[in-house]
Write a protein that binds this ligand. Structure first.
Ligand code: GCO
Ligand code: MG
Length: 409
C-alpha cells in the first residue's frame, strides 16, 4: 500500500499543533502528532524538508522498517525534533494499518488488557481555599486522581498554577506556553518551596482523606539532596508519585534520591529515547516512565521502552498535557489500554477550539479514559477548521533566582 502524499499541517486552535497526514494510494489517511511546545516550526520543517520526500512511494505497512530507516539514515541520533518527527510518521502509519484492518489500534497491539484507563488531572491554587476548590471541581468533572500544584509564599509565578482558578466545574486552563514575543521570566526559590509544600499536602489529606491518589510535579528544579529531603517529607501523605524531582538528564541523581525516600518517582517527559532510561530502569531508580508517544518516536519506540520497563516492575505514566494534540493523546490511549504495565495517564482537557479542529472518539467518565472503537486511532482532522487558526509564536517561560541566575524551569 504505497504512500502517495504526506502533508504537514500547523494549526493554532487554543495553542500550536503540528500534525502529519499521510495518504495512501487506496485513499486511506493516517494522522500523527509532531507538536514540540515552543519549537513547533522546527519539527514542521524537519518533516516537510527532510522526511516527506522520503515517504512518497514507500509501503505504508512497513512501520518498523520506516522507523529504522528514518532513525538510522539521518545518522544524527536522538533529539526532541528528530524523535517528534519520527513519532508523527510512526503514529500516522499505525493509524493507517489499523484503519486498513478495520480495527481500533489497541486491537493490533494485543487487545485490551483493562476496561478503562485511569487518568489524573491538574488541580492548582494560589492558596489553600483556591486549591481545594480546584480539587473539588476536578472531582466533579470525573477525575479520581489529582495532581496538586500551589503557589509558594515569596515566589511570584510558580509552574503549574493557573493564573485564573477553575470555577464551577469548567475547564481548568493552565497552559505553560504564552503567546508572547519573548519567553516570560519567572522567579524561583527552592528553600521557600521545600518549606511550604509538605504543609499543603498535609492540608489536602486532612480535607480529602487518605484514599484519593495525589501526584506532584517538581519540574526539574531540585538538586538530588533537596529532592531526597522533599520525598522524605512527603512520605506521610502517601503520594502516587513525585515527578521530575531533579533535572532529567542526570540519571545518576536518582540513585541518591532513591536511597533516602520511599515516595514513588516518575521521570521522562523531556526524554526522547529508550537510551535516556538505561540506568534508571536497570537500577530500578524510578517507578513510572513519563515519556510522551509524541516525543519518543511513536508507538513503535514506546512499546519497546515500556516492555523494557515491565521487566523491572516499572509502569507507564504517559505524558498528556494540552501540548500533546488529541492525535498524540489518542495514540497514548491505545497503548495504555493494550500494555500490561499500565500505571496512570495524564489527561488535561483540550479547549473548545482544539476539539473543533480534531474530532475525537475517546471518552472520559468516572475517572477512566477509553480510546473508543473506531478503526485506527479514532481522531479526524477538520482541515478547513485547522486553516482558520494560523501559527502564532508562543514560548514557555523560564526561571531566574533572586540574584539573576537562570534556573531550571
Ligand atoms: C506535565 C508537564 C507539562 C510541561 C509541558 C511543557 O507534567 O504535564 O510538566 O506541564 O511543562 O508539557 O511543554
Ligand atoms: Mg511534568
Amino acid at each position: 500500500m504505497k504512500i502517495v502524499a504526506a502533508d504537514v499541517i500547523v494549526s493554532s486552535p487554543d495553542r500550536n499543533f503540528v500534525t502529519l497526514k499521510i495518504t495512501t494510494e487506496d485513499g486511506i489517511t493516517g494522522l500523527g502528532d509532531g507538536t514540540l511546545n515552543g519549537r513547533e516550526l522546527s519539527v514542521a520543517s524537519y518533516l516537510r524538508d527532510h522526511v516527506v520526500p522520503l515517504l512518497i512511494g514507500r509501503d505504508a505497512h512497513r512501520i518498523e522498517d520506516a522507523w529504522q530507516f528514518l532513525y538510522r539514515s539521518a545518522y544524527w541520533r536522538r533529539g526532541p525534533v528528530t524523535m517528534a518527527a519520527i513519532a508523527a510518521v510512526d503514529v500516522a502509519l499505525w493509524d493507517i494499518k489499523a484503519k486498513a484492518a478495520g480495527m481500533p489500534l489497541y486491537q493490533l497491539l494485543g487487545g485490551a488488557s483493562r476496561t478503562g484507563i485511569m487518568a489524573y488531572g491538574h488541580a492548582s491554587g494560589r492558596d489553600l481555599p483556591e486549591l481545594f476548590d480546584s480539587i473539588r471541581a476536578h472531582l466533579e468533572q470525573g477525575y479520581r486522581s489529582i495532581r496538586v500544584q500551589t503557589s509558594v509564599p515569596g515566589i511570584n509565578a510558580v509552574y503549574g498554577v493557573a493564573a485564573q482558578p477553575s470555577t464551577g466545574g469548567k475547564r481548568y486552563d493552565y497552559e505553560p506556553a504564552q503567546r508572547t514575543a519573548l519567553p516570560a521570566e519567572e522567579d524561583w526559590d527552592t528553600r521557600a518551596y521545600l518549606r511550604h509544600l509538605p504543609g499543603v499536602f498535609e492540608a489536602v489529606r486532612a480535607e480529602f482523606g487518605p484514599e484519593l491518589p495525589l501526584l506532584h510535579d517538581g519540574h526539574h528544579r531540585m538538586t538530588p539532596i533537596q529532592a531526597a529531603k522533599l520525598g522524605k517529607a512527603l512520605e506521610p501523605y502517601d503520594l502516587f508519585w513525585l515527578e521530575d524531582c531533579t533535572p532529567a538528564e542526570n540519571q545518576e541523581a536518582l540513585r541518591l534520591v532513591r536511597q533516602h525516600t520511599t515516595t514513588p518517582l516518575a521521570i521522562g517527559e523531556i526524554f526522547n529515547t529508550v537510551w535516556d532510561y538505561q540506568t534508571l530502569i536497570r537500577e530500578q531508580l524510578i517507578d513510572y516512565v513519563r515519556s510522551a508517544v509524541t516525543h519518543t518516536g511513536g508507538i513503535t519506540a514506546m512499546r519497546k521502552l515500556l516492555d523494557f520497563a515491565a521487566q523491572y516492575q516499572i509502569k507507564s505514566g504517559i505524558h498528556g498535557p494540552t501540548d500533546i494534540s488529541p492525535v498524540g493523546m489518542a495514540a497514548a490511549l491505545h497503548l495504555d489500554l493494550a500494555i500490561h504495565n499500565f500505571g496512570i495517564q495524564e489527561y488535561m482537557r483540550h479547549g473548545a477550539l482544539t476539539n473543533e479542529v480534531f474530532r475525537q472518539s475517546f471518552t472520559f467518565a468516572d475517572g477512566y479514559l477509553h480510546p473508543g472503537d473506531q478503526p485506527g486511532i479514532g481522531v479526524e482532522l477538520d482541515e478547513e477548521a485547522a486553516a482558520r487558526f494560523p501559527y502564532q509564536p508562543a514560548y514557555l517561560p523560564f526561571n531566574r533566582l533572586k540574584d539573576g541566575t537562570v534556573h531550571d524551569w
